[in-house]
Design a protein around this ligand. Structure first.
Ligand SMILES: Nc1nc2c(c(=O)[nH]1)N[C@H]1C(S)=C(S)[C@@H](COP(=O)(O)OP(=O)(O)OC[C@H]3O[C@@H](n4cnc5c(=O)[nH]c(N)nc54)[C@H](O)[C@@H]3O)O[C@H]1N2
Ligand SMILES: Nc1nc2c(c(=O)[nH]1)N[C@H]1C(S)=C(S)[C@@H](COP(=O)(O)OP(=O)(O)OC[C@H]3O[C@@H](n4cnc5c(=O)[nH]c(N)nc54)[C@H](O)[C@@H]3O)O[C@H]1N2
Ligand code: SF4
Ligand SMILES: [Mo]
Length: 749
């Protein structure tokens, strides 16, 4: 609970990114003396990055909100929690009464999955809202992984993770774990883990349009044209069949589909796919042969292949590559973790296309619509138009495609409330901001990332500090919002069972829920009807401050499958049919997926830096000091052709918008590509972020295009947006996205 431990050394897991590193925080009374990596953490073994130290900066940040704020024009006033909750309930219900349930939308951002309290309590609030307009950062991120898992394994959370610690060959596509510390693969200390592959005579191969920090330590790097990974994967699969390298294990689980895959990949021989990808046919063939002949191998694709027009198809083909080479569910391949709280068992398997977005008709997935449609749903008049928005732990103005239009859309809402710790680019549009307690003030058990980890471990992190006076936790905020909506709406659960369920739910704290989850889990004290001595409970984790080691990943098929027939669906129709679109896109019209034309003759890609965390940690001085990091990377040939020099301020323009930022000329990017990091674009009027606003950068999402999505998952297709780069004719003192005054229509450039 909120009884902070005050021993000299406090142990917890860092909840900032997916690596969940174990920390030792040395205290002198109430002061933090040092934050170090915990060498005894069974997963992270001492690894830490500079962001962990910023946990203290966030906690102490004078700009961080500590009391609910209510906007009155351009002024913000502190209000009591009670007033704030009441106003939110009244306004949301009023809008739903007048315009229907769907008139209120909700967007949940990335820190949601890094906070067990939010994960446990926000769902009931969202259900209470009863809207179909549910959005989250998943649709600018990993939705294709879930879609592939849902259709192939029957559950959106049955996600294969690379068994990095035992593999002999790792093919990394569109990921830069050396900067990101890994994603959909919790593997803290990835440098040592990749080095260890090499030390045991294995290979690390990277496919990326940029020479990244990861590719620098790899054995092989292939530059690829953005957005063409689907062709590369098809070329690899074609080669497996052509060279007779298909060796699936668990044949009974997939037998019927192998022939179908052979047929559908047949047209994609390396010679045919090579020109579009920029990787030559011989290299593609060698890549496939090396992969298939390694004693064990795993292909891992992340943001760079998920945020593409063929994101779902890419993730499906990656799963096929792992399966057909016998690497699914076996040590050194792609394996399914067995987490101590098995979220798979507590969450519905998923759903597809039960409804569609109003304007564009984008299909629902797992109860969500793609956030790329959010602005049009707010801006397009008519029945079902979104008139109010709840955001929680999200900054979609900077993180979603065409954030500039969303910025304008938010300014026109009837009502907006944000559960957030900052008055930032998104929350400046809110009528009320409800700020929760932060990392060091919260108890945490990582529900999401133990379930994606390369080793089975479990760790509980008690709060270090009590919340600031009068502060509430995210979970308490959601619980209260849900209660107020429910009581004002007058909805009462019907029937004894429902009432009992509610009575029990009301007594449940996150601690109790976590304890229950552990007890019922695969290592828990309760196994079926028996008690297992020594089984896990929350108390066990509290005694083991470094965390509990539950061993390496272990084979878990067919038990882990949720399909009706308990088989792997290697060839789901929806994905197989998408290959028609591949042919159409790349071969029928002879255009690339991102048709470059004379005006927009370059393709845009993103990147991450170790000292960033999406959009929200730039207010920590420690993380923004030094040379500006929000720069456009361009190949020397491309710079020369445009008469541009290193250090120039340039304008990057797309069909959607324009930004100005410094140019870095480097042969680290493939010719024809511009690389810009996301999460920048601070300095907007009305925000309260002194440090970030002094280092504003420019927002890549002022350039990305909300109409470019993977039509299957709805995921934003950030990779390969056509842009042009020119010398900046109207130099600005600081490269900002321009004046976007919060309550007037700034229009487009
Ligand atoms: N330091 C830091 N760590 C983070 C974050 C952060 O912002 N900062 N964010 C966290 C989050 S939310 C996530 S989801 C993860 C993401 O983790 P990663 O997936 O590792 O993300 P990136 O580091 O952006 O790496 C993506 C790579 O894809 C490449 N790429 C771009 N387009 C293409 C393409 O078309 N094909 C191929 N093959 N590659 C392409 C880019 O050049 C880049 O090197 O990182 C997490 N960790
Ligand atoms: N072009 C491009 N765009 C991208 C990406 C890309 O690679 N390229 N990456 C995408 C990815 S992978 C992701 S995950 C998204 C992220 O998209 P978002 O989740 O929308 O953005 P974040 O920057 O993570 O914003 C987090 C918000 O949560 C708040 N916050 C921090 N901690 C807490 C907390 O404990 N409680 C609450 N209630 N609020 C908190 C912060 O103040 C901030 O407002 O961005 C995506 N956008
Ligand atoms: S790698 Fe991620 S989890 Fe580890 S210390 Fe850095 S931010 Fe925290
Ligand atoms: Mo993400």
């Amino acid at each position: 609970m909120d009884t902070p431990h005050r021993s000299r050394f406090h142990h917890r897991a860092c909840n900032l990114c997916e690596a969940i590193c174990g920390l030792v925080i040395e205290m002198d009374g109430d002061d933090i003396v040092a934050i170090r990596g915990d060498e005894h953490d069974p997963l992270s073994r001492g690894h830490i990055c500079p962001k962990a130290v910023a946990l203290q900066d966030i906690w102490q940040d004078p700009d961080r909100l500590r009391r609910p704020l209510r906007r009155d024009g351009d002024r913000w006033d502190e209000v009591t929690w009670d007033e704030a909750f009441d106003e939110v309930a009244v306004r949301l219900l009023d809008i739903q009464d007048r315009h229907g349930r769907d008139a209120v939308a909700v967007y949940q951002g990335n820190p949601t999955v890094h906070n067990s309290g939010t994960m446990l309590y926000a769902p009931a609030f969202v259900r209470e809202l009863g809207t179909r307009n549910r959005f989250s950062a998943s649709s600018v991120d990993q939705q294709p992984h879930h879609v592939a898992a849902y259709f192939m394994f029957g559950h959106l959370l049955v996600l294969p993770v690379p068994d990095v610690d035992r593999t002999q060959h790792m093919l990394i596509m569109g990921a830069n774990p050396m900067a990101s510390n890994g994603s959909m693969m919790t593997a803290p200390g990835i440098r040592q883990r990749l080095r260890a592959i090499q030390k045991r005579d294995g290979r690390v191969v990277v496919v990326d349009p940029r020479r990244t920090e990861t590719s620098r330590i790899a054995d092989e790097h292939h530059f690829i044209r953005p957005g063409t990974d689907v062709l590369l994967l098809l070329g690899l699969l074609h080669t497996l069949f052509a060279e007779d390298l298909v060796r699936p294990r668990d044949l009974p689980l997939i037998a019927a589909d192998v022939q179908r895959i052979r047929d559908v990949v047949r047209p994609f021989d390396p010679e045919r796919v090579a020109p579009a990808t920029g990787i030559d046919a011989a290299a593609i063939r060698a890549m496939a042969i090396d992969f298939a002949s390694a004693p064990s191998a795993v292909c891992y694709g992340r943001i760079g292949v998920s945020t593409q027009a063929f994101g779902s198809t890419c993730q499906w083909l990656i799963n096929i590559l792992n399966t057909l080479t016998g690497n699914l569910d076996r040590p050194g391949g792609a394996m399914f973790p067995t987490p101590a709280i098995d979220t798979v068992r507590h969450i519905r398997p998923g759903s597809y296309g039960r409804w569609a977005s109003r304007v564009r008709g984008a299909p629902e997935f797992a109860g969500e619509l793609p956030v790329a449609v959010l602005s049009e749903e707010i801006l397009t008049p008519g029945e079902g138009q979104i008139r109010a928005l709840v955001t929680s732990a999200g900054n979609p103005v900077l993180s979603t495609p065409d954030g500039r239009t969303l910025d304008r859309a938010l300014a026109g809402l009837d009502f907006m409330v944000s559960v957030d710790i900052y008055l930032n680019e998104t929350t400046r549009h809110a009528d009320l901001i409800l700020p929760p307690a932060v990392g060091l003030e919260t108890d945490h058990y990582d529900l999401a990332f133990h379930a994606l980890a390369v080793r089975n471990t479990a760790k509980y992190s008690p709060a270090l500090f009590p919340p600031s006076p009068g502060a509430m936790h995210d979970w308490e905020i959601f619980r209260e919002l849900q209660r107020r909506l429910e009581s004002r709406r007058g909805t009462r659960p019907r029937g004894l069972k429902a009432r009992m369920r509610r009575a029990v739910a009301r007594r449940m704290t996150p601690r109790r829920l976590l304890d229950l989850g552990l007890r019922l889990g695969p290592y828990g004290v309760w196994r079926g009807r028996f008690l297992r001595p020594g089984g896990l409970t929350l108390a066990t984790l509290e005694r083991n401050r470094h965390g509990v080691d539950l061993g390496p990943l272990r084979p878990s098929l067919p038990g882990r499958l949720y399909t009706d027939d308990h088989k792997i669906h290697l060839a789901p129709n929806l994905l197989v049919e998408d290959l028609g679109r591949v042919t159409q896109t790349f071969f029928a019209n002879r255009v690339s997926p991102s048709p470059t034309d004379e005006e927009f003759d370059l393709l845009l890609v993103g990147r991450r830096h170790l000292r960033s965390n999406n959009s929200w940690m730039h207010n920590a001085a420690l993380l923004v000091k030094g040379n500006p990091r929000c720069t456009a990377l361009l190949h020397p040939g491309d710079a020369q052709a445009r008469g541009l020099d290193d250090g120039d301020t340039v304008e990057v323009r797309s069909a959607v918008g324009a930004v100005q930022l410094p140019l870095e000329v480097t042969s680290d990017v493939i010719a024809g590509v511009v690389s810009i990091p996301h999460g920048w674009g601070h300095g907007l009027p009305g925000t309260r972020l002194r440090t970030a606003n002094a280092h504003p950068g420019a927002s890549i999402n002022d350039l990305t295009d909300a109409s470019r999505i993977d039509p299957i998952s709805g995921n934003a297709a950030f990779c390969g947006v056509p842009v042009c780069v020119t010398a900046c004719t109207t130099p600005t003192t600081t490269p900002t996205t321009g004046d976007r005054s919060s309550h007037e229509n700034p229009g487009h450039q």
